[in-house]
Design a protein around this ligand. Structure first.
Ligand code: ADP
Length: 651
């Protein structure tokens, strides 16, 4: 029987052994010997300890002794060395055998190979550890909650971030560090998410361990069982502070741009020609008075374009189809209330988009500019008319002077003739008739001159307290368009704090305008240097204010200086040669003087100086064309001593 049992035990595919009550082994089966490579008779007592992995031995011995002491069945785990030196995990199960009187007579043991299971368990433990490490380390604040929303797990990163101890975390859950102002919003969103059983998100500020609040995106997803019930909630807080800041910056810069565009009455657009995609900035919607979210198409734009400007728009579309690099148009649109806006459209093709032509452009509302330009043009042409009339009036004065003298001579002679003829023997009838005709014609000529003068005498010059700088600025505003067209670069140096002068604003402005135009004319042929025109005001000696107009034009020769101010002296094909002589007359009537100098470099400088305002100025005398006593015109620097009276006429 014993032998039979021994054979059976040896045949079992499990390691079986027996031990005495004190724990010393007295039998091992074949499977045991096969595994360890130790023959049955060679192992006895506690020698098995040499087969146990040293790391596991103390624990195993301790456990075995406690089982021995208890006399109860028990289990132990340890690695045992195989015959080839490799260790494998075993579960060692032991059970006591007792005799009839209950005394323990033997221990039976079986070693079950659990190496594969152990490795699998180890792998699971390791991966769980990795996972936990990952959850705790990745920079998101992770948490989980039960189906009712009660926090179950908070990642270490979360705890570190908010600075909660494990205790605080248990009490406060995953909402403990949310900004009080955002708490209600989060609560509402969270309850709605729980109720819906689906994903949810909400943006909130979270307090960092140092008390600083930063923006986070709270996002939660449910985990369900196979019947679809929510068994857990998994949530994260993702830091969006930088995104928030960037968005805020973007929002501000967009608002800034929109405000700037609004102020500048401009808007911009992009236009993908092939796709017909048009993106408009908000101010552009306002300019066109389109509904804010309407889809902008070429047809929609065309519906606003002034019928007369539709060909311009067609031209612009063609330019875009051709892929022109740049185009610029001015066209009008008609708004729903039938008011008209003038627009300036500029667009550039974006270079690096290959065959996909796309334009970036800007639209400027130039309506006000256009209207003021029209008004300016009107004023300018009126001033030009005034200038012409003034020139005519002086011309008339000059004619009057030239004609009145011989006329009065004719009249005097005719009267004498009459007297002579009245002597004996006269041919009274014919002589008297001739003389009467002479007188009649003479008077008629005088009448013509008188009527001409009366025609232009519509305005009386007015002396007033005048800010010369302001008067000059008005002239510049009038002339700047023309100067720009002529390529003239205008520089001003108007002295601050100049005293007022006494003068007639319109007359003085006419002088300045005349000097400016002459300067521009003198530079019209200049191509090798800048056409620089400088207007300067300053305090002059002798209680006067001086204005100078300096140009870089052709200038004048020393011999011409004498003649510049003569009436009818001109070197221009279309000139009248009156401007400077009238100007000098005006300035002299203001008790000032007007003169010209050649510059050190190219060009000339014309200046005048007039007295500052004192309050007891006499009314302006009548403007005259200055002449020298010998009948020739005055030289540039001198004063006239004979005036041919001619009332200044202007409207
Ligand atoms: P107009 O301009 O009709 O010729 P003006 O009396 O204003 O009449 O000018 C007379 C002439 O004086 C001009 O034709 C020109 O030869 C000369 N002149 C005037 N201003 C300048 C200047 N800035 N530079 C050179 N020559 C000038």
């Amino acid at each position: 029987m014993e032998n039979n049992l021994g054979r059976v035990l040896d045949a079992l595919p499990a390691m079986v052994w027996t031990a005495l009550p004190d724990g010393s082994i007295d039998y091992v089966n074949g499977a045991w010997s096969d595994f360890t490579g130790v023959r049955p008779g060679k192992i006895c007592s506690w020698e098995w300890r040499a087969l146990v992995k040293p790391d596991d031995l103390p624990r195993l011995v301790e456990r075995w002794q406690s089982i021995l002491a208890s006399g109860e069945p028990g289990e132990m785990e340890a690695r045992l060395r195989r015959f080839d030196g490799e260790y494998r995990w075993f579960l060692v199960r032991v059970s006591p055998l007792r005799d009839k009187s209950g005394d323990l007579v033997k221990w039976y043991g079986v070693n079950i190979d659990i190496d594969n299971r152990k490795l699998a368990e180890q792998a699971i433990t390791e991966s769980e550890r990795d996972l936990k490490l990952m959850i705790d380390t990745i920079p998101v604040l992770a948490w989980s909650a039960d189906p009712d929303g009660k926090a179950e797990f908070l990642s270490q990163y979360y705890l570190n971030y908010v600075g909660f101890s494990a205790e605080e975390a248990r009490n406060q859950g995953w909402t403990g560090a949310v900004h009080p102002d955002d708490a209600t919003k989060l609560e509402v969103a969270w309850q709605a998410t729980i109720a819906s059983g689906s994903s949810g998100e909400c943006e909130v500020r979270m307090r960092r361990f140092d008390g600083q609040y930063r923006w986070f995106l709270f996002r939660v997803d449910p985990s369900r069982d196979e019947t679809g019930n929510v068994i857990k909630w998994y949530g994260v807080y993702i830091g969006i502070e930088f995104r928030k800041q960037a968005l805020e910056k973007l929002r501000r810069s967009e608002a800034f741009l929109a405000e700037g565009q609004h102020l500048a009455r401009m808007g911009n657009f992009s236009w993908h020609v092939a796709k017909g995609e048009i993106v408009w900035s908000e101010p552009l919607y306002r300019i066109f008075e389109f509904e804010p979210d309407s889809v902008v198409t070429l047809d929609l734009i065309a519906s606003r374009v002034h019928p007369e400007d539709i060909p311009l728009m067609a031209d612009m579309l063609e330019a875009a189809e051709r892929g022109d690099g740049h185009f610029e148009y001015q066209l009008r649109i008609v708004l729903p209330d039938q008011s008209v806006k003038h627009l300036h459209v500029v667009a550039h093709r974006i270079e690096d988009r290959g065959v996909q032509t796309e334009y970036i452009g800007a639209v400027l509302d130039i309506t006000r500019h256009r209207l003021s330009e029209d008004a300016l043009e009107k004023v300018r042409s009126e001033l030009a008319k005034v200038t012409r009339i003034m020139s005519l009036s002086v011309l008339t004065a000059s004619i009057a002077h030239e004609v009145n003298q011989p006329l009065s001579g004719i009249i005097t002679n005719a009267s004498t003739c009459l007297r002579m003829l009245a002597a004996d023997p006269p041919n009274i009838e014919i002589a008297t008739e001739t003389a009467r005709r002479t007188i009649r014609d003479g008077n008629r000529a005088a009448d013509v001159v008188g009527r001409l003068r009366a025609l232009f005498s519509k305005r009386t010059a007015m002396i007033e307290r005048l800010d010369l700088n302001e008067a000059v600025r008005e002239v510049i505003a009038l002339a700047s368009g023309e100067l720009q067209r002529d390529g003239v670069v205008l520089c001003t140096e108007l002295a601050c704090g100049l005293p007022f002068v006494a003068g007639d604003r319109i007359q003085l402005q006419q002088v300045v305008m005349n000097l400016v135009r002459n300067a521009a004319d003198a530079m019209s042929a200049v191509t090798d240097r800048q056409r620089r025109l400088q207007i300067r005001t300053e305090l002059d000696n002798d209680n006067c204010v001086r204005l100078s107009v300096q140009d870089a034009g052709t200038g004048f020769g020393p011999n011409c200086l004498e003649r510049l101010f003569e009436p009818f002296y001109t070197t221009k094909n279309d000139g009248m040669g009156i401007g400077l002589s009238v100007s000098r007359s005006i300035i002299e009537c203001h008790n000032g003087r007007l003169w010209a100098l050649s510059n050190d470099g190219p060009g000339a400088t014309f200046s005048f100086a007039i007295p500052v305002y004192s309050g007891d100025e006499a009314p302006l005398p009548e403007i005259s064309v200055s002449r020298a006593p010998d009948g020739s015109a005055h030289n540039a620097g001198g004063f006239h001593d004979q005036r041919v009276s001619a009332r200044l006429s202007c409207r």
